[in-house]
Design a protein around this ligand. Structure first.
Ligand SMILES: C[S@@+](CC[C@H](N)C(=O)[O-])C[C@H]1O[C@@H](n2cnc3c(N)ncnc32)[C@H](O)[C@@H]1O
Length: 251
């Protein structure tokens, strides 16, 4: 298992982590919750013209932001894991020419990627747990520097807030053809501010199990207090209003 941010990309290349998760990704997301996050994001970003999205995954929020931000705006979608980027590019390649001209996919790691233009917002969703404390220090500074004065950094509140075991739960997913998909998920505290998420992706036909595969992810626990201290140290300040569940900071 790994404790470096670039490590998840390397693990995926070896067939671990996101390599196991990717074929299920769009089928197992908690869609109602994510639609609510996308709506909140649209509100937060209503004045943004140029946005970087770190760890874009297969592009659920990339597409939602493209729709919400509209003509004349631009998104840089950063996704270093080849298998997740495949999903991202497949999703974006279905866009018409006007929308397609507004999104650029950067395959570098977030500690190396550079859109090369000042940004109105930097968005990290379901991604920051992959960065160790020393990496987060570099991450926040790198991206705070690339924000225009007044630009926003958006990251969701993390769960769990402490390094503790998380009991097993089942997250229902979508159906496709004769199969439906669900995730059995739990986490174990493995020390040093890290929890190991153990996710089993099940494919079912009716009540019968067709297949199951498990992916493990070692994730850094980042409490709201820690996040607050780190973002303040990077020279950002909290935006006066933020929707529930999202941290919104301003340069
Ligand atoms: C759980 S997925 C979230 C994807 C997307 N943001 C979403 O909410 O659907 C986390 C993503 O972060 C990416 N990631 C991991 N380490 C990264 C890094 N160092 N820089 C940029 N992205 C990274 C992974 O490849 C993966 O696609």
């Amino acid at each position: 298992m790994t404790d470096t941010a670039a490590g998840e990309t390397a693990r995926a290349e070896r067939g671990e982590g996101y390599a196991v998760n990717a074929p299920y990704y769009d089928l197992i997301i908690p869609r109602d919750h994510w639609n609510a996050v996308a709506a909140a994001l649209a509100d937060v970003l209503h004045e943004a013209r140029t946005v970087a999205e770190i760890g874009a995954g297969t592009g659920f929020f990339t597409l939602a932001m493209l729709d919400a931000l509209g003509p004349g705006t631009e998104i840089f979608a950063i996704e270093p894991a080849r298998i997740m980027r495949t999903g991202l590019v497949a999703r974006l390649s279905a866009l018409g020419p006007d929308d397609a001209s507004r999104v650029t996919v950067l395959p570098e790691d977030a500690l190396a990627a550079d859109p090369g233009t000042p940004l109105d917002a930097v968005v990290l969703l379901n991604c920051v747990m992959h960065f160790a404390p020393d990496e987060r220090e570099r991450l926040w500074r790198r991206w705070a520097e690339r924000l225009r004065p007044g630009g926003l950094l958006v990251v969701e509140a993390q769960y769990p807030q402490r390094a503790e075991d998380v009991p097993a739960s089942v997250v229902p997913g979508a159906s496709l053809g004769r199969y439906r998909y669900e995730t059995h998920s739990r986490a174990e505290a493995v020390g040093d501010g890290v929890v190991r998420w153990i996710n089993t992706y099940r494919t079912l036909a009716g009540d019968g199990l067709v297949r199951e595969e498990t992916a493990e992810f070692d994730c850094h626990v980042i409490s709201d207090e820690t996040l607050y201290a780190e973002l303040a140290a990077a020279g950002l300040e909290p935006a006066p209003t933020a929707p529930t569940g999202l941290h919104v900071w301003r340069r």
